[in-house]
Design a protein around this ligand. Sequence first.
Ligand code: IPM
Ligand code: MG
Length: 370
Amino acid sequence: MTDKRTLLLLPGDGIGPEVMGEVEKILDWFNTHRGLGFTWEEGLIGGACYDAHGVALTDATVDRAKQVDATLLGAVGGPKWDGVAYEHRPEAGLLRIRKELDLFANLRPAICFDALTEASSLKPDLVAGLDILIVRELTGGVYFGEPRGIEDLGGGERRGVNTQVYTTSEIRRLARVGYELARKRGGKVTSAEKSNVMESGLLWRQEAEKLHKEEYADLAYENMLADACAMQLVRAPKQFDVIITDNLFGDILSDEASMLTGSLGMLPSASLGEVNPATGKPFALYEPVHGSAPDIAGQGIANPLATVMSFAMALRYSFDLGEEADRLEAAVKHVLAEGLRTGDIMQPGMRQVGTLQMGEAIRGALQASL
Ligand code: IPM
Ligand code: MG
């Protein structure tokens, strides 16, 4: 274990390198002005890694990710790699790093900033003050279940198979993360599954309920079918505090929740595993919820805020620097309140800026916070 704070940055594809560039400048700011002593190295993932090495993630990068305190990722994917073999597609790199580090708990907050209430596709009163957290299982379920594959049945007929599978311990460790976080937040947990159709959903529900009764009876708890949860998220999103759910439903519900906040470009995420013996900290990967946005890549107009706030989550969950995380999140709120907007969250009367100006404004607000 060391006193140094180490990071691995994986900018990835599309707008990934642009938004990660702003995080690097913010890291510099924290080193210079807060003496935090961050050191970082860069690695390749996704299409960028495929172009260099013929795979979406190398063993060497996986090893580095296991040695550092936290890994920050930009985004992966793009049409350039559409023709690549399925097992080497850019997304495979992301799935592999999640699995290799056993990052079973994916925290996806959906927070509606006051300044962006009008940017939501829902009526402002439905989303004003929204602060919910989706805790998505990330290393199991149908994403990784066996058997899987495409089988040739002959005569032009094929069969595609994936397996939805969960065990008691997988469900319990994920639910525990949700309950622990709910205790520090609004004190309510909703477990979303399809127990009316799937045995794995029934098990999910039973195990989540049991753990609640055994250890978390102080919290409000409810089960909700995942489809009903999707509906309630747009009907009355503020009824939720923490939603615990599986890998696939979490993927879908978190995209839905993100739109409530006005833009996918605003949402950070943290993926956490067990404590890493090499660092004494949980295995951790931080990434924006948005993708690589190849349509706007390289134009300097991408919104860096989700990646910046992913770094804020790293400050909080990997480095136990909650006050510095608050400082960075306050800086983001400040620039939004001042009317600065990237194109994706632009509204009448606001000032449209590019990636670099947004980063610069955040560092200005950080400076003003001293
Ligand atoms: C996400 C993404 C990924 C997922 C893709 C890129 C593999 O949609 O992080 O939500 O499905 O998990
Ligand atoms: Mg997704």
